[in-house]
Design a protein around this ligand. Sequence first.
Ligand SMILES: O=P(O)(O)OC[C@H]1O[C@](O)(CO)[C@@H](O)[C@@H]1O
Length: 535
Amino acid sequence: MFEDLKSHLATVKDRQILSLFDDADRAETFSATALGMLFDYSKTNIDLHTRDLLLALADQRGVAERREAMFTGAKINETEGRAVLHTALRNPDGSVTVDGEDVMPGVRETLSRMEAFASDLRGGGFTTPAGKRFTDVINIGIGGSDLGPAMAVLALAPYGDGPRCHFVSNVDGAHIHDVTAALDPETTLVIVASKTFTTIETMTNAKTARDWIAAAVGEDAAGGHFAALSSNLEKTADFGIDESRVFGFEDWVGGRYSMWGPIGLSLMIAVGPDDFRAFLAGGAAMDDHFRTAEGADNIPLMLALVGIWHNQVCDHATRAVLPYDQRLSRLPAYLQQLEMESNGKSVSMDGARLDYNSGPVVWGEPGTNGQHAFYQLIHQGTRVIPCEFMVAAKGHEPKLVHQHQLLMANCLAQSEALMRGRSLDEATGKVAGKFEGAELERQARHRVFEGNRPSTTLVYPLLTPKMLGQIIALYEHRVFVEGVILGINSFDQWGVELGKELATALGPIVAGEESADGKDGSTRQLVNYIHRYAN
Ligand SMILES: O=P(O)(O)OC[C@H]1O[C@](O)(CO)[C@@H](O)[C@@H]1O
């Protein structure tokens, strides 16, 4: 499938990205602007011919048709027989039917209920059964029921004016212990967020939270401290959560795409319904752009094609996402689930084994912190790691403009350094006064940067709720396009099942209730060790 691009790569792989800037228009030609964002991919080895080949690939793989199928409610999640309509959640005035039924009245009704609930909670109208105002909210969920709101509440901290929101995800008791230790159960609301309401981590933590609340306010009042976000209304009722505080959603919302609906309730509580609506509007604006912008003007399409170029054509196995924004420090983790759970597959839609690589390993940390940690490898390691930088032109701290300027200078310096590198001559010049002869050359070699390392940069004016919505939707559509080109189902996640099943079987073995006989030698050894030291 990638033959044309591979042959093209063979002819261009040795050229210097920097030399491409002999074309004075390169930066503009290899950038896309929309919705106040600038996506610059000119510091890559992509030229006009590369881009034409990539756009032709997208056409040939049917990206446009598949995109319309998604937006109009076709069941493109073929292994689960489901539509993929998280886009409907952020376009409440739109209209979409699934199985002949208009899904929008339900979306609008749930959004209004969430807004009424969040407003009541924030305004003090909805109180604890004892009449106290809720000061804190704990969202208990994992994966898609945690990463989105946890990332966004932090990202939008400057807009936070509601109760404090906390997140518990890990089944490790340390997590819920440490979060609850700092809170007052008498004024805490617990939101149990689980699409299925069967996830063992979430249900275990929910029970622990219930015991914690009940111990303080009594069994009868405990229920008044709980709300639920789920598509399994039977199970939320079994848990004893009053239906007035249950916010449901349909199976056409995938877990890692769910923060636009009820799973975003903690974000709505933190920033308020208006800012949540602005977040939705940002997502909807990006949807519109993705659906209508042509070819190279389409930012999600180009972000995806740059990804395909680096991962499938150039064979770079990972990509680093590097937000120069401390408040986006959970974005890499969010994108890890979005990208790797979606596109980490080995078979195509028809079940055949892929004969090319599926999605890349995605990782990252905010700048400038990463610079003092792993950037060494990015600059001088033997593997090439395409980097995706992002930064706002303005920070939220008017008194700290100089710090934001320093942040931006660092962001720009990194992409320049990766591309430009430092030659042996330049490195020699740096240490010429300190060493001589063979020692001078040896020392200089350690200071050489090969350069010619690709990166992209996304810049935007300010990280507002709307801009965050645009960024998240941009990445969702990037994943979608890459998945279509790879011919895989980006919307299932069978790869998480086996570990879950084995963990269930290992539970009684670890607890000492069943024998480890029948397990492999390593597992038996680990169980023995645990038994020796656990008590
Ligand atoms: O919301 P739930 O049903 O608890 O699932 C949580 C997460 O678990 C997964 O199913 C993977 O185990 C994710 O896709 C999902 O986001």
